[in-house]
Design a protein around this ligand. Structure first.
Ligand code: AP5
Length: 218
């Protein structure tokens, strides 16, 4: 696969490792990561209308309404840095969004090459999310046990302060997983039917999962 064909979706439940693995793919293929969750959090930080509207859904672990998300993704995918490829992380999250994405890509004359679906047990997802720490500056994810930073509370990469996401508390995590199983997992069949779905075992170490993804993208 060459760079100009690297239009990828990293798919999976909350805590599957989408953000963690996307950071490696950005560096390897020089393509941007488009994380709808990150864009929404950035909007909340800046206090935009979109951020204000999204807040209550994100805090409870529900999906933000599709009309807000779809327009946001279309605008981002139309930017010039996506021309040689992109990694979508956290989108699409239901069949309605997947159909809308097809329309966006048609309008932009682009095609999806692979949907990499990370498969991880729920029990492990809860452990991963409850120990997650994220860098305030560069967004890299750590885990207090599975993937700790060298110095507690400080990012290895940029020295930024690490924080815990407000939706990583247990009750919200359980709702996010319920929403995933009820609404988001339907997207798997949508892409299986298009023959671009690659299911990758997301258990094991970060390095092991990365090798499996790179094998698929070879
Ligand atoms: P979003 O930000 O997209 O969150 P998510 O999908 O729930 O996924 P996460 O970011 O929690 O997990 P991840 O898979 O990236 O895991 P990570 O790599 O960090 O969405 C948040 C909210 O925004 C949604 O609930 C919704 O309200 C809204 N939203 C976003 N997109 C939307 C959309 N399209 N439509 C509607 N609403 C939308 O890893 C997790 C932890 O595990 C880390 O600590 C990491 O260090 C560790 N870890 C990773 N890999 C491994 C490994 N192999 N072994 C051990 N530990 C590991």
């Amino acid at each position: 696969m060459t760079n100009d064909m690297m239009n990828i979706i990293l798919f999976g439940p909350p805590g599957a490792g989408k953000g963690t693995q996307a950071k490696f793919l950005i560096e390897k293929f020089f393509i941007p990561q488009i994380s709808t969750g990150d864009i929404l959090r950035e909007n909340r930080k800046k206090g935009t209308e979109l951020g204000k509207e999204a807040e209550k859904y994100m805090e409870s672990g529900e999906l933000v309404p599709a009309d807000l998300i779809n327009r946001m993704v279309e605008k981002r995918l139309s930017q010039s840095d996506c021309e040689s490829g992109f990694i979508l992380d956290g989108y699409p999250r239901n069949t309605e969004q997947a159909i809308y994405l097809d329309d966006i890509l048609k309008r932009l004359n682009r095609k999806l090459k692979a949907v990499i679906s990370l498969v991880v047990d729920d029990e492990k997802l809860i452990k991963r999310l409850s120990g997650r720490r994220i860098c305030k500056q560069c967004g890299i994810s750590y885990h207090v046990i599975f993937n700790p930073s060298k110095q507690e509370g400080i990012c290895d990469s940029c020295g930024g302060e690490l924080y815990t996401r407000s939706d990583d508390q247990e009750s919200t995590v359980k709702n996010r997983l319920r929403v995933y199983h009820e609404q988001t997992s339907t997207v798997i069949e949508f892409y299986r039917n298009k023959n671009i779905l690659f299911e990758v075992d997301g258990n094991g170490s970060v390095d092991e999962v990365r090798s499996r993804i790179l094998e698929v993208l070879k």
